[in-house]
Design a protein around this ligand. Structure first.
Ligand code: BES
Ligand code: MN
Ligand code: ZN
Length: 497
């Protein structure tokens, strides 16, 4: 557990193992002079070693202070320094804190005209906390090096109140993001649908939102044909996790429904995936569901006044004696029929049922979060998710992405994309006739089941990494948690005014 606090005591009196000083390009001397005293002197002497770019570092060991070492960390050009630059700088600090001796660290909150104290506090804590994450559950020996910092102090001369508010928020959001990472990184046999439901119940109990985990008989009674079809090859029964956050002071009467793809393992089914660089990553196919569970955690802990329902249809997708087959026609929850031509297009089958089920809530807006298509990763890579919509507030989602660091960019949804999904024998097919615009075709399939405002986030690329990025480790990233928390926080703020 990392303790986080904010202080304004003189820097020379701060006693930590590592003191991190973010420095805008070209302002190293200015920063050192402003700090002054022994620390400022020591920093001035290290300036020659400091390249000043975003992420660059130089260490100094000043005498006459209580801290063991001071690190200059490059922020990039001052006029470009945004909250993402603060996250990256803090992540660099976290990396040093793990590599050097000690368990306590402090960051000097830089004064940047364009960034409020609150935003700076949040970004620095997010960057530091998210970069200190390590998934060690299956290591039987100490892997060392990570998560060693047990105390992080933000040094804010002036505006400590705002910085403290931001830091508190950053901690909660980062911890929720790590909840999602942990679930994604879990071994598939430790997150069968039933176990995933239990994990969600534990999160609900700890953070204080409502939850019901519907079992197979309830799913059958509700006639969720898509979820049941995907589940047919499995030894494990499916679940539908339904979560509710509805505090007294909500700003909306009809809920925002969040729907996360909960395929706990995707073999492709009878349309089997190859192992390398395909099936070997498919424990992460519940990253949408993990993000929804973690968003509920953050909403409840931050007491965000928005009425939200979270839905996670969960099953694995496997070949098996009873598995659904290419050519099967499935009657969905909505009553519509789907011609299944590829059992590996399973995510849209379970999401379509959840979207149809969501109608009982009369949603103001639904948001699907899903590792839906390899095409998304091919198009946008590992840092940006694809967003699509029928008529939802996609600009607001984009804006939330820019602030949160979970970047999204839109894809087109013109009517002609639906032509590829026309079926001769059923109402719709589950894969396009051509292998083009795969992420859009999948979204068009989902749109068929929707008659309310809806946003769709396909994050196959950003959800699970083969190579670490700043503050995102290899493996599960928790992408989407900060995006949706930011989106809903803005909604609460806007309406309260
Ligand atoms: N879970 C996959 C998508 C995926 C691919 C996620 C790579 C993360 C990384 C999804 O169920 C899938 O298999 N999609 C198919 C759809 C195709 C059959 C139309 C795909 O993308 O190949
Ligand atoms: Mn699949
Ligand atoms: Zn899948």
């Amino acid at each position: 557990m990392m303790k986080i606090s904010v202080t304004r005591i003189p820097l020379a009196e701060l006693r930590v193992n590592l003191l991190v000083v973010p420095v805008p390009t070209g302002e190293a001397r200015k920063t050192a002079t402003a700090i002054g005293g022994d620390i400022g002197d020591a920093l001035t002497r290290t300036l020659g070693d400091f390249s000043r770019e975003l992420g660059s570092v130089a260490l100094a060991y000043p005498s006459g202070t209580r801290s063991d070492r001071v690190a200059l960390v490059g922020l990039g050009p001052a006029h470009k320094a945004d909250v993402e630059a603060l996250r990256v700088a803090a992540a660099t600090g976290a990396g040093l804190a793990q590599k050097t001796d000690g368990t306590t660290a402090a960051i000097v909150v830089p004064r940047l005209g364009a960034i409020s104290g609150e935003a700076a506090g949040q970004a620095l804590v997010e960057g530091f906390r998210l970069a200190s994450y390590k998934f060690a559950r299956y290591k039987t020996r100490d892997i060392g090096g990570y998560d060693r910092t047990d105390r992080l102090i933000l040094h804010a001369a002036g505006q400590e109140k705002a910085v403290r508010r931001g830091a508190e928020r950053g901690r909660t959001v980062a911890e929720a993001t790590c909840t999602a990472r942990d679930l994604v990184n879990l071994s598939p046999h430790d997150k069968t649908p039933t176990l995933l439901g239990r994990a969600a119940e534990r999160v609900a109990r700890k953070s204080g939102f409502g939850i019901t985990v519907w079992d197979k008989s309830a799913i059958e009674a509700e006639r969720m044909g898509g979820l049941l079809a995907v589940n047919r090859g499995s030894m494990e029964p499916p679940v539908l996790i339904e979560m509710t956050w509805q505090p007294q002071n909500v700003v909306n009467s009809r809920p925002v429904v969040l729907i996360g793809k909960g395929i706990v393992f995707d073999t492709g089914g009878l349309s089997l995936k190859p192992t390398r660089n395909a099936m070997d990553q498919m424990k992460a196919d519940m990253a949408g569901g993990a993000a929804v569970i973690a968003v509920m955690e953050a909403l409840a802990r931050l007491r965000i006044p928005v009425y939200v329902v979270g839905l996670v249809p969960a099953t694995d997708n496997r070949p098996g004696q009873r598995a659904y087959v290419p050519g099967d026609v499935v009657t969905m929850h909505s009553g519509n029929t789907v011609e299944v031509l590829n059992t590996d297009a399973e995510g849209r089958m379970v999401l379509a049922d959840a979207l149809s089920y969501a109608k009982i809530f009369r949603p103001e807006l639904a948001i699907t979060l899903a590792t839906l298509t390899g095409a998304q990763r091919v198009a946008y890579g590992s840092r940006v998710a694809a967003a699509m919509t029928n008529q939802g507030p996609i600009d607001k989602l984009f804006a939330a992405g820019e602030t949160s660091g979970d970047f999204v960019h839109s894809m087109p949804m013109h009517a002609h994309y639906a032509e590829a999904m026309e079926s001769e024998v059923a109402d719709i097919r589950n894969v396009g006739k051509e292998r083009e615009a795969g992420a859009i075709q999948a979204a068009k399939f989902l749109e068929f089941f929707v008659d309310y405002d809806w946003l769709h986030v396909d994050f196959a690329g950003p959800s699970f990494l083969q190579h670490a990025l700043p503050y995102r480790p290899k493996g599960g990233t928790g992408f989407g948690v900060r995006l949706i928390v930011e989106f809903l926080s803005r909604m609460a703020k806007e309406r309260k005014r």
